[in-house]
Design a protein around this ligand. Structure first.
Ligand code: ASP
Length: 438
């Protein structure tokens, strides 16, 4: 008997936790056999990630062009854009408000109503590794460039209209420029005479089908790939700071869980009569891939495959909603940014008024659109919001949060991908497509 793909991935995740934890229990990794095991696992994980990333550019270009060309011109496109953007804004707003409510209710940064000194000390005494420092330096540079809401907004439009599509394509996780070019190309294509347009469209549809076949091949390797990705994470995460931040972890995971398992299912059920359980089943493999890779961009090929093959969404709708969603719609990230910023403010003893919290909500909504679909990308946004809100200790806090980020990153990435897939089924249903009904 052959196990279904999601079971294979789940078993491999469980095995990775056991192996990673056992290695961690053996003591420090200093050059022995276990360091070697970790290195091999990292290599396998990286190769799997690269395989997925390798097909993103041709997949996005071919699917957006093939999909939009089948929408019959600008009118169909405008309608789809309106619905998709509306759903994205609504679900992200729900996510942020949920995060805000929980962080104010649980108050993970306070003890007995006072700032938690232990966490503040842990923040400032945390000794970051070289690679963490490098990441934070990158975040600082990007953050300083983007501070100010005008700069963020203009940066978004500049990324959307790139001067060179090839450099846009090489910019890891930032597909906005590529999507924009593909949209323009597809819309222009619909102006060609029928014969030419049909030939060109057939080429892109076949090209896209090849990408889906490739995705299927790559996903056969997923159980090995996710094992390689997870073992080093489990073996290397931890230390005291992990335990100090326990309440913060619970708050984030609780908020993400409520958004994923309560808010979004209700939303797709009420708005479009979609059966949430059937949709969850259809998306299982994509959600596990998102969780293992912590990258919504790398997961995109799998999300595209699941939504078309299991949820019955058409190529036209999937090609429009999903690549765009993987780039601009991040419910989990928006929620996380909000919780993280208010948490750091609590730890630092900064009173956040209603107006200040409102600014954080607006900033989380805005910056989550610009965050790339790659691991730990939202730390840049958190840095920017902390700086803009005048909360002290932004740098040390971001370094410390980075050290425990992976599990939260994996969880919020799954929520990001789930949000995109919900938008796809809701839009598909509203277009009269035969998707998973009650
Ligand atoms: N890793 C997330 C994603 O790819 C982005 C983030 O929140 O850091 O969706």
């Amino acid at each position: 008997m052959k196990l279904a793909p999601h079971w294979q991935i789940l078993i491999s995740l469980a095995l990775a936790v056991i192996v990673g934890w056992s290695i961690k229990m053996m003591g420090p990794l200093d050059g022995g056999f276990f360091s070697w095991v970790i290195e091999i696992c990292s290599l396998v994980g990286k190769l799997f990630m690269n395989l997925l990333k390798m097909i993103i550019v041709p997949l996005v270009v071919s699917s957006v062009i093939a999909g939009i060309a089948s929408l019959h011109g600008v009118k169909g496109f405008g309608r789809l854009l309106g619905k998709t953007a509306g759903f994205y804004a609504l679900s992200s707003l729900f996510a942020i408000i949920l995060g805000l409510a929980l962080v104010n209710f649980v108050q993970p940064g306070l003890v007995d109503g006072q700032p938690n000194g232990t966490i503040r000390d842990a923040f400032s005494s945390y000794e970051a590794s070289d690679s963490e420092l490098k990441k934070v330096d990158g975040a600082k540079a990007a953050g300083e460039e983007q501070s100010g809401s005008y700069a963020q907004l203009s940066g978004f439009f500049i990324r959307m209209v790139p001067p060179n599509i090839f450099s846009a394509a090489t910019n890891n996780g930032q597909m906005l420029g590529l999507i924009f070019f593909s949209l323009c190309f597809a819309l222009a294509m619909t102006r060609l005479e029928k014969q030419k347009m049909t030939t060109l469209k057939d080429v892109f549809v076949s090209f896209n089908d090849v990408m889906i076949v490739l995705t299927n091949f790559i996903m056969k390797l997923a159980p090995i790939g996710v094992f390689g990705l997870l073992v080093p994470v489990v073996a290397q995460t931890g230390g005291e700071i992990f335990f100090n931040l326990g309440k913060y972890f619970v708050t984030v995971l609780l908020a993400l869980g409520i958004h994923m398992f309560v808010v979004m299912p209700l939303l797709i059920h009420v708005l479009a009569g979609v059966n949430p359980l059937a949709h969850f089943r259809a998306m299982r493999t994509a959600l596990m891939t998102a969780f293992s890779t912590a990258s919504s961009s790398a997961t995109l090929p799998v999300t595209m495959r699941c939504i078309q093959e299991n949820a019955g969404v058409s190529k036209g709708t999937a090609s429009f909603t999903l690549p765009l969603g993987a780039t601009v719609n991040m419910d989990g990230t928006a929620l996380y940014e909000c919780v993280a910023v208010i948490f750091v403010a609590q730890v630092m003893g900064i009173e956040m008024t209603f107006a200040a919290q409102f600014m954080v909500v607006a900033a989380a909504l805005l910056t989550s659109v610009g965050v790339a679909g790659i691991p730990s990308a939202s730390l840049v946004a958190i840095f920017v919001i902390l700086k803009n809100s005048g909360i002290p200790g932004a740098e040390t806090a971001v370094v410390a949060l980075l050290s425990v980020d992976r599990l939260l990153d994996m969880s919020r990435t799954a929520v990001n991908v789930w949000g995109d897939s919900c938008a796809a089924v809701v839009v598909a249903k509203s277009e009269g497509e035969d998707v998973l009904s009650n």
